[in-house]
Design a binder for this molecule. Structure first.
Ligand SMILES: [Zn+2]
Length: 489
């Protein structure tokens, strides 16, 4: 009897917990379903935002119209807006809700100079003469993140969910500035987790980590003199730039294979018969960890000092910005993958595939069309990083952060290009934004309602950062290089 009783109670306990889990799962899937319905209702709005941002194509820190458009959409939807945060007129924070958890969604909306193109599969200027373009797809990025934040807000309101959803309007990603200064201002400090995405030629959970980087210039000051009549009276600032670059190029043999150093010379003198009294060299130095970049940066500054000493010139270093490598977060990445598979691949029409193939042909690439399928989640490869750098990295060192890419352009085309700008102004780009809106919204709602997911994300974060607090790569008192003061950037 006794045995039977305990068996009965065991069955009871099991069935109660099963029912609980079932209802929890049902509730969640219901919640995701309801969230997707909200996104559906915002479809036209997301498309029109993507189109407007594409039309504006405003470059880093000039994104006034783009920023105002996104703010007005969020304001109308009931968000509270803080404008001009972190000393940048085109940065903002939009919030809805109260208390924890606080989930952040990162928006970007800056374009690139010189890559503007008509929404055509061949190289062709825009009718309105605008030469900048969304060659990185931040028009889709901005539209989808704002759309998803509004969808989440609507569900929170309808279902009385607790917590806060925050949309971060992050300007100047292309110059790797916006989030660095926002991080320095402490704007991400109270987040429980953050989400981002990026347009791309493939659809996948984002397990790339990018490179840490410093972006700085060295200005040399010499003495002018006649190049032939009295050159002995001169001290050439250009000589100092050349000597610095020579030193750096010799140093290349003595850095690790993961190191990347590149420079341009924005100022090198005015005329050969005048010994240049002023010259400037602009450098990026990158490597797979922040630590490595800082050590390399010290070595580069020593070379600058040596060049100044040898040429009897003065020098000044300006560190415009710096970032970490991106810190991944496995629980969030897996959640994104699950939701991605739930949504299924982005479906492109035969016409869109043909358009893509025409562009691939015009670009000398294999005519494979668009790749809308969802790629399987890849394991992280230790020590292997992508070439570029992003300021999303700063957020990832402050709070658990994860994201994904969604297909917005033909496979194999160059990025930051006329091809990418063109694609991002067509239905191909718009489909990417609609997909991203859905994925951000259902992942965001899961993060807001699933305590266990947040706990797992936080413990993964703690393990990766080893509990070390975030240290901003730029000096605490430095102001963002706004356009009127950014002549060196
Ligand atoms: Zn980008």
């Amino acid at each position: 009897m006794k045995h039977l009783f305990s068996l009965k109670s065991l069955i009871l306990i099991l069935s109660v917990s099963l029912a609980y889990n079932l209802s929890y799962a049902q509730k969640l899937s219901k919640l995701k379903k309801a969230t997707l319905q909200e996104v559906e209702g915002l479809r036209d709005e997301v498309q029109s935002m993507a189109e407007s941002l594409w039309q504006y194509s405003e470059t880093a820190l000039f994104e006034h119209k783009s920023c105002n458009l996104l703010i007005s959409k969020l304001e109308n939807a009931g968000f509270t807006i803080e404008k001009g945060v972190a000393d940048m007129p085109t940065a903002f924070v939009a919030s809805y809700g109260q208390g924890q958890p606080i989930i952040g969604i990162l928006a970007e909306y800056d374009a690139l100079p010189g890559v503007g193109n008509a929404p055509a599969p061949e190289k062709k200027g825009r009718d309105d003469g605008i030469t900048s373009g969304h060659g990185c797809g931040h028009n889709l990025f901005g539209a989808a993140t704002v759309g998803s934040a509004i969808a989440i807000k609507q569900i929170m309101e309808k279902q009385n969910l607790k917590g806060t959803i925050r949309l971060y309007g992050c300007p100047a990603e292309e110059t790797v500035i916006g989030k660095v200064y926002m991080a320095k201002a402490g704007l991400f400090d109270d987040l429980d987790a953050a989400l981002h995405w990026h347009p791309s030629t493939e659809t996948q959970a984002w397990n790339r980590t990018g490179n840490a980087m410093n972006n700085f210039s060295v200005e040399f000051y010499g003495i002018s003199a006649h190049g032939a009549a009295d050159p002995w009276n001169g001290r050439s600032a250009l000589d100092a730039v050349e000597l610095m670059n020579y030193g750096v190029n010799l140093m290349r043999e003595h850095v690790e294979p993961t190191t990347r150093i590149h420079y341009v010379i924005p100022n090198a003198g005015e005329a050969p018969n005048v010994v240049p009294s002023y010259a400037k060299v602009w450098y990026y130095v990158r490597d797979i960890t922040r630590d490595k970049v800082e050590k390399l940066y010290d070595r580069l500054l020593k070379i600058a000092e040596g060049a100044a000493m040898a040429t009897e010139t003065e020098f000044k270093v300006s560190l415009f910005t710096g970032v970490h490598e991106v810190l991944s977060n496995e629980p969030l990445l897996k959640e994104i993958q699950t939701n991605m598979e739930l949504l299924g691949p982005i479906q492109f029409t035969e016409e869109e595939q043909q358009w893509a193939k025409t562009m691939q042909k015009a670009s000398g690439k294999e005519e494979v069309g668009l790749k809308g399928e969802i790629k399987p989640l890849k394991d992280e490869i230790p020590g292997h990083r992508g070439g570029g750098s992003t300021d999303v990295a700063e957020v990832s060192y402050i709070t658990p952060t994860s994201g994904f890419s969604a297909t917005s352009a033909p496979f194999g085309i160059p990025w930051h290009s006329w091809q990418a700008s063109a694609s991002h102004g067509t239905s191909i780009g718009h489909k990417s934004a609609q997909f991203a809106t859905k994925l951000l919204a259902i992942t965001g709602i899961e993060m807001l309602t699933n305590e266990k997911l947040l706990e797992a994300a936080k413990s993964d974060f703690k393990e990766r950062t080893k509990g070390e607090p975030y240290k901003c790569p730029i000096p605490q008192d430095q102001k963002p290089p706004l356009p009127d003061t950014a002549s060196g950037n």
